[in-house]
Design a protein around this ligand. Structure first.
Ligand code: SAJ
Length: 413
């Protein structure tokens, strides 16, 4: 049914999707505006680190099933997986989706399928159908309500967890939302090429909201854990104990507090709900504010404690946005260490086993140095645990004796 698929946007979602389709016998044309990405992929290499991705890409390219280029080419289906970043006003920037619609529109023909995978505000996929229609008045599109539109359009949000993408892309259930008649069914047929999870059919706007709801659910639950931990600090009791005990209730599962919520999804997507329905989405907004306030709270606590030492040395364990990855983007840990450095609170011994050098934002302050965790703890007056990397398990509790310890993740609990 599908022999050629064109995937636009070869990032964290588009490239794994392209590789999954290609290794399952589809001829895939990968499209990216970045020529460096295109060249790397054509050389059989993945431009970023994700377990098992590099081997899938090199295999697909070697078999001649995956080829990258900078403009869409005719295909049976088009998958759009471009960024939908948050703007200053906390609405989504849809310019990349719009640009993809313009370029994909050029090569569409009767019988084609267009899928939007990018996380998007409710209504975007219907809008995409309209944009495509404007580019191609010679074809019919599903938003027009036709029984059998020439081109079918659907939304299939990605749901993979970074670090487990190549597994979850196959095993997760997929929500498949069609814009009109026959669209979801056709999109399901495409995902069934590689997905082993169930494909759950619905309309496009419901699919968009389901994706946003998933990430807002997680954000609200993390905000609750963070709030509980600040309440416990105020009362002088251990939040880890409280959470462990409460979680022994059969219907309670409180998440773990942390230094804030990082990454490119959970800290962003809830705002799309807030902007779609600002009066109704009060809890969603408040959770965002609680989680966004965490780095400042941690900085405040560390600054107060460090002030009790003369020339304090502060060990900061972890910089990435979550455990066991090297991704520093949108990382609350990095935000905290950068603020401590800018405020010249003391000498900062930073341990991050997944990087080889500190980012420029830290080195330019002149007070931060990258060392191993054991050294950082040994030489510090204050120890701040920011990321629960497995690598930090080697730090003995006895090494913490006599030091002021901030364990933002309940790691040593
Ligand atoms: N965090 C906590 N406490 C917790 C759990 C997480 O502070 O108990 C923090 C993490 O340290 C991190 C942030 O939250 O800074 C987000 O990490 P995460 O592991 O919860 O999620 P992401 O951003 O890596 O991936 C999420 C996933 N969504 C859900 O779990 C509902 C993933 O399935 C989505 O595909 C992805 O967002 C996305 O692309 O939307």
């Amino acid at each position: 049914m599908f022999s050629t698929v064109c995937v636009t946007g070869l990032g964290y979602i588009g490239l794994p999707t392209a590789a999954a389709l290609a290794t399952n016998g589809i001829d895939v044309i990968g499209v990216d505006v970045n020529p460096v990405t295109v060249d790397l992929i054509n050389a059989g290499r993945a431009p970023f680190v994700e377990p098992d991705l590099a081997v899938a890409v090199s295999g697909a390219v070697a078999m001649g099933r995956l080829r990258a280029t900078t403009a869409p080419e005719p295909a049976d289906a088009f998958v759009i997986a471009v960024p939908t970043p948050l703007q200053e006003d906390r609405t989504a920037d849809l310019s990349y989706v719009r640009a993809a619609a313009a370029s994909v529109g050029q090569v569409l023909k009767t019988g084609d399928l267009v899928i939007l995978e990018s996380t998007s505000p409710p209504g975007t996929t219907v809008e995409l159908s309209r944009w495509l229609g404007k580019h191609r008045p010679d074809l019919t599109f599903p938003h027009e309500g036709a029984d059998a539109p020439d081109v079918r359009v659907a939304h299939c949000p990605e749901r993979v967890l970074p670090g487990r993408t190549m597994i979850e892309i196959v095993t997760n259930d997929r929500v498949v939302g069609g814009v009109g008649e026959g669209c979801a069914e056709r999109a399901r047929a495409l995902y069934q090429v590689f997905a082993k999870g169930e494909c759950l059919l619905t309309d496009a706007t419901t699919a968009e909201m389901a994706k946003l709801g998933e990430n807002a659910f997680r954000d609200i639950n993390i905000a609750f854990a963070n709030e509980l931990s600040m309440v416990c600090d105020q009362l002088g009791i251990d939040a880890g104990d409280v959470i462990d005990l409460a979680n022994r209730h059969p219907r309670v599962d409180i998440l773990r507090p942390g230094p804030g919520v990082g990454g490119h999804c959970i800290a962003v997507d809830p705002w799309f709900i807030v902007s779609a329905a600002p009066r109704q989405a009060r809890l969603v907004r408040l959770a965002r504010e609680v989680n966004d306030g965490r780095p400042d709270y941690v900085v405040g606590e560390v600054v107060d404690t460090a002030g009790r030492f003369k020339d304090p040395v502060i060990a900061c364990l972890g910089l990435s946005f979550k455990a066991n990855i090297d991704d520093l983007r949108e990382s609350p840990a990095l935000q905290i260490v950068t603020r401590l450095a800018e405020r010249q609170v003391g000498r900062l011994l930073v341990a991050e086993p997944h990087i080889k050098e500190l980012p420029e934002s830290l080195t330019r302050t002149g007070v931060a140095e990258l060392v191993d965790a054991a050294t950082a703890v040994r030489d510090a007056d204050v120890v701040v645990l920011l990321v629960d990397h497995d690598a930090f398990r080697g730090v003995k509790r006895t090494a913490l004796r006599g030091k002021a310890v901030f364990d933002t993740r309940g790691f040593w609990h």
